[in-house]
Design a protein around this ligand. Structure first.
Ligand code: DLZ
Length: 154
């Protein structure tokens, strides 16, 4: 017995409310990410009626959409999903930076788990190869929501 308190959030989504903000830009990537995230949340026990999905035009709009979802009563965690692809985006850095910094700020401002699921890649092949990461984003949302519940700060 060390006396140490150690918390790892359980991968049990029952009773959790999850918001998903998903960018329509590069929907051939983000649409599949959404389906994978929804399927994983379902298999972890999150009820469909406890999931709210909001679409945004692109990743630049994800931070505010995530904030609104996080502020919606009862929300335990928010997943952001986007794909910023350099080869197709002259201002790749601006959009990627705005999305990543904005999403981090929303997590700090709201005190809720806001999962960064924005792929930033050099080409579409790399983005397509990472679509499956969405399963891990769903896991991260459930894990962190349960961790803060156990800590008593949710
Ligand atoms: C305009 C734009 C471009 C060029 N590229 C991308 C991208 O690769 N990924 C993405 O999610 N969004 C892109 N957008 C759209 C912007 O995120 C934003 O929706 C618009 O600039 C309107 O604010």
């Amino acid at each position: 017995m060390t006396g140490r308190r150690e918390i790892t959030g359980r991968l049990d989504g029952s009773g959790l409310r999850v918001g998903i903000a998903v960018a329509r830009f590069n929907e051939y990537v983000t649409g599949q990410m959404l389906e994978i995230a929804l399927a994983r949340l379902g298999s972890l026990g999150v009820k469909p009626s406890d999931i709210t999905v909001i679409w945004t035009p692109g990743s630049f709009e994800l931070p505010l959409a995530a904030k609104r979802l996080a502020e919606s009563p009862g929300t335990d965690a928010v997943i952001t999903l986007g794909a910023v692809i350099k080869g197709e985006t002259a201002h790749f850095e601006h959009i990627a930076n705005a999305a990543s910094l904005g999403i981090a700020r929303v997590a700090e401002d709201t005190g809720k788990p806001i999962i960064f699921g924005v792929l930033t890649t050099f080409n579409s092949e790399q983005a397509v190869a990472r679509i499956g990461h969405a399963r891990g984003y769903a896991d991260a949302a459930v894990e962190m929501a349960n961790a803060y519940r156990e800590l008593g700060t949710a």
